[in-house]
Ligand binder design. Structure first.
Ligand code: MG
Length: 185
């Protein structure tokens, strides 16, 4: 089997690109969100103001959200409190149990929920095991735990030749485009 089965439905630069219209078009009612390097920086261990605004916007659009993290340190509970979202910690992703638990709490089916995270071998593999829709985002920082670094090597193979979608307002051909690599090809 090709490793391409691990590709997400969308590969985005940031969760901020997830919009209500697209979720409705995909019949998504709920999002199961990773924390580390998806919503909160692994360096500052906090979710920024833009993330809080996005979460609040999604709430006001009627979407349900649940945090699903493999982490169990106090910072994840602070993030959950800050964003005012329910959380399952020590989730053992990619194992499906805690994704299922979160969906039961929210009262949604697998078809109605979207898994969002920054890691192919935990978040996206978990979605594939459950035959769910998924969105991969670029990690907020380069900082990863040691075992995550190992999984990132597999991820590089899965994602080779694929580029994250750029935010709408960024023009990669603009001379001020802030990248040393230049625009994606
Ligand atoms: Mg993560």
């Amino acid at each position: 089997m090709s490793i391409g089965f691990l590709l997400p439905d969308r590969y985005l630069t940031s969760v901020l690109q997830i919009k209500a219209d697209w979720l409705r078009a995909k019949n998504v009612k709920a999002m199961l969100l990773d924390i580390d390097n998806t919503l909160a920086s692994r360096v500052t261990l906090a979710a920024g103001a833009e993330i809080l605004d996005w979460v609040n916007e999604m709430k006001s659009e009627g979407f349900l959200m649940h945090l699903v993290t493999n982490n169990w340190h106090h910072a994840v509970f602070e993030t959950a409190a800050h964003l005012d979202l329910p959380i399952v910690y020590k989730s053992m992703k990619p194992l499906p149990f805690n994704f299922v638990r979160a969906m039961k709490r929210l009262g949604v089916s697998r078809r109605e929920a979207l898994i969002v995270g920054d890691q192919v071998m935990t978040d996206i593999l978990g979605a594939k095991i459950l035959k769910m829709q998924s969105v991969l985002v670029l990690p907020l920082t380069d900082s990863d735990r040691t075992h995550t670094k190992l999984l990132r090597n597999v991820e590089k193979i899965v994602l080779s030749g694929h580029q994250a979608e750029l935010p709408d307002h960024i023009d990669p051909f603009h001379p001020d485009y802030p990248s040393s690599d230049g625009p994606p090809t």
